[in-house]
Design a protein around this ligand. Structure first.
Ligand code: GP9
Ligand code: MN
Length: 693
């Protein structure tokens, strides 16, 4: 009896399944029959964007990224849903127009990618001066057969339309048509896809989406259509921001600089390096706290230690970056301006006028260049380096990048420096004097390719003598396996690369008449708990010391902020032991580089927001994009309206209020300069060219 019952249930289940599948099939068939044009539109548009990824990204998980495919479906279904508002016979025109438009997006990006290894940006349209340079080359060298693939979408749609028309299809479906209902249903389906898409986004996806500079990543995760829509908004936003408030901005700008009395004054460091060649190292994620740090008696950064020991070392130097990280650092180093309040100057405001160190040195007869073995469009450098005044930007395509020579984002620093030395040698032969910036890359978060950094242990090794006189080696893990520990390994590698660069330059005689400048671009963005372990390690128990322990050193949010210092070093071959060889402990920021280095090299930017540290000395203040500030006396947190005193000197409430006001004013002025393009001498007659007077 029981067996019969089981058999009966099985049969029932089977019949139910079959019936359901017949019904589903039927529903699908019905849906297909009534929506052929819409389905063709959706599938061809998604096919196009997938093919675009296939041509541009060479790994299957990138071009078949389900995230991007989902996003593409979501967008084209939303667009397609409005087609249902029209009568069936008119729908083709709507779908065809969008099909051409979306295919054009794919085609333009396909061409652009072949040429620039990046995706197109609408903001580039405003940079017409560069289009002339590349226009002919695009047609001659870049337009390839594969770029024509995308016309397949409108062609298929047209073919389907002709067939349907012949069969009198549109008239037939007109009878069953409830246009509004269909639109709402289809749009709701797209909305469901949107929810599914949103809940699967990671915080990295979201942050990269808003920063917009890592275009490849956005296309890989969001698809080309969302990328282009996002790009449109990011490109228009600066225009909208600058539409209102020009007069007010211009007035406060003029008043600010009139009051600042930014006259050129000389001091004992004026022109000390005039006419010398300059090499600037943009030290990716290099932090001051690693200088002179040792594990098992091995220095983490022997080269930085040497440079800081032999040169002029600014040990309380801060980077002033916002969301633009590396690019913000470059902006402030070069122009003495602060990052913008929204967007980034490199991406959102690349068409504004800037007074960069390279353009000032060009006026003094220098040949100026930058080198970075990453994609030239990262952080929009291709455009911005031109704008800052570099004669030549050597990027990834100028380097031989073999897979075995890569670390993290691209070519390893050791290989980058090796190949750069050859290029500098050639430049040195041709040019009378030159200024070059080398942007490092390997020491970049997440510091995970430990096997490529070479051996550097961040544990504690001890030799213990036992009671019986024998010895035993004990190893305490300490920083091993932590992100900060991996950072030290990565930094050790970068430091070795730096050492090899200096040796290589020396070998070629390129240090004879050269000033070597190094700055850390920003901190390594690591967690406070890792630093807590570094400074409070209880090796016996392999844990962090108890807060009650007399040895415990507080590492609170203030210590963390203060610990984000980056090195700034000016070094020449024979500086050791000279009057220029010392540590300057005054608080200093990236925006002080233009006035300080400018005074030494003999250039001047009257619109610099920072100060020559040898003029302002201990009275300097460093402001941060979030409104915090630090001077020799205290660190002020503007969000919490709280501070940490840094000296014994008493500080009055008025002093704090006036410094906070200064900070806000400076951030406003800086933002206005960029947003309203106040340094553009064509728009502002009173701005003098070069300002190198
Ligand atoms: C990219 C590199 C890193 O080319 O400079 O940029 P970051 O992530 O540090 O801003
Ligand atoms: Mn960086």
């Amino acid at each position: 009896m029981k067996r019969i019952k089981i058999l009966w249930n099985k049969i029932c289940n089977h019949i139910e399944k079959q019936w359901r599948s017949i019904r589903t099939e039927h529903v699908i068939r019905e849906y297909y029959k009534n929506n052929i044009l819409f389905i063709t539109f959706i599938l061809t548009c998604v096919l196009n964007s997938t093919v675009l990824r296939f041509f541009c990204m060479h790994s299957i998980e990138n071009y078949l990224s389900w995230h991007a495919i989902l996003a593409d479906f979501m967008i084209v279904i939303a667009i397609g849903s409005f087609g249902y508002l029209l009568k069936p016979k008119n729908r083709f025109t709507y779908y065809f127009a969008f099909s051409i438009f979306l295919s054009a997006i794919c085609m333009i990006n396909s061409v652009y990618y072949t040429f620039y290894t990046s995706f197109a940006s609408i903001s580039m349209l405003s940079l017409t001066q560069y289009i002339g340079d590349v226009g002919d080359a695009v047609v001659e060298n870049v337009l390839q057969l594969k770029d024509l693939f995308y016309v397949i979408a409108p062609i298929i749609l047209l073919a389907v339309h002709i067939r349907l028309k012949k069969k009198n299809y549109y008239k037939k479906i007109e009878l069953k048509s409830d246009r509004r209902k269909k639109t709402i249903k289809t749009l709701s389906f797209s909305g469901m896809l949107l929810i599914l898409f949103l809940i699967t986004l990671s915080s990295l996806d979201i942050s990269r989406f808003f920063k917009q500079w890592n275009k490849e990543y956005i296309v890989m995760r969001f698809g080309i259509y969302i990328y282009q829509a996002n790009d449109l908004v990011t490109s228009i936003q600066p225009k909208i921001n600058s539409m209102f408030g020009y007069d007010k901005a211009k007035k406060s700008f003029t008043e600010y600089f009139a009051e600042k009395g930014n006259g050129r004054e000389s001091n004992e460091y004026t022109n000390i390096f005039e006419g010398k060649n300059v090499i600037v190292i943009h030290g990716e994620s290099m932090m001051t706290n690693a200088i002179n740090l040792k594990f098992n008696d091995q220095e983490v950064t022997p080269t930085l230690n040497r440079l800081s020991r032999e040169g002029m070392f600014f040990s309380n130097f801060y980077s002033q970056v916002s969301v633009g990280t590396s690019s913000d650092s470059e902006l402030t180093f070069n122009t003495s301006l602060m990052p913008t309040k929204s967007g980034t100057s490199f991406v959102s405001y690349a068409d504004r006028s800037y007074i960069g160190i390279p353009s000032l040195l060009k006026e003094k007869g220098y040949y100026t260049f930058s080198m970075h073995a990453n994609n030239a469009d990262f952080w929009n450098r291709r455009t911005m380096h031109k704008n800052l005044g570099y004669d030549r930007f050597y990027s990834k395509n100028d380097y031989e990048v073999k897979k075995e020579n890569t670390i993290g984002l691209g070519l390893s620093d050791k290989e980058f420096f090796k190949q750069s030395i050859e290029k500098i040698e050639e430049i040195n032969q041709k040019e009378e004097k030159w200024y070059g910036v080398l942007i490092m890359l390997s020491n970049h978060t997440p510091f995970s390719e430990v096997e490529k950094y070479g051996k550097f242990d961040v544990d504690i090794k001890e030799t213990i003598t036992k009671e019986d006189g024998t010895t035993e080696e004990v190893v305490h893990p300490y920083m091993e396996g932590t992100k900060l520990g991996n950072y030290f390994k990565s930094l050790h590698y970068a430091d070795q690369a730096l050492g090899e660069l200096i040796d290589g330059l020396e070998e070629k005689g390129l240090l004879e008449n050269t000033v070597f400048v190094l700055y850390g671009d920003h901190d390594a963005r690591l967690s406070r708990s890792d630093y807590n372990l570094l400074y409070n390690y209880d090796k016996e128990n392999d844990t962090i010391l108890d807060k009650e322990d007399p040895e415990y050193k507080e590492y609170d949010s203030y210590q963390y902020e203060l610990g984000r210092k980056v090195p700034f070093i000016i070094w020449t071959k024979n500086m050791a032991g000279s009057s220029l060889n010392f540590e300057n402990k005054n608080i200093m920021g990236m925006y002080d580089v233009v006035p300080t280095l400018g005074n030494m090299l003999g250039f001047y930017n009257q619109y610099a927001l920072g100060h020559d540290i040898y003029k302002i000395k201990e009275n300097n203040i460093v402001v941060f994009p979030n409104g915090n500030w630090v001077n020799n006396k205290l660190y002020y947190n503007s969000q919490k309206e709280a501070y940490l005193p840094l000296s014994e000197e008493p500080i009055s409430e008025e002093e704090i209020a006036s410094n906070t006001e200064y900070t806000n004013k400076l951030l406003d002025i800086s933002n206005d300069i960029i947003v309203f393009d106040l340094l553009n001498k064509d728009k502002n007659e009173d701005i003098e060219s070069g300002e190198n007077k």
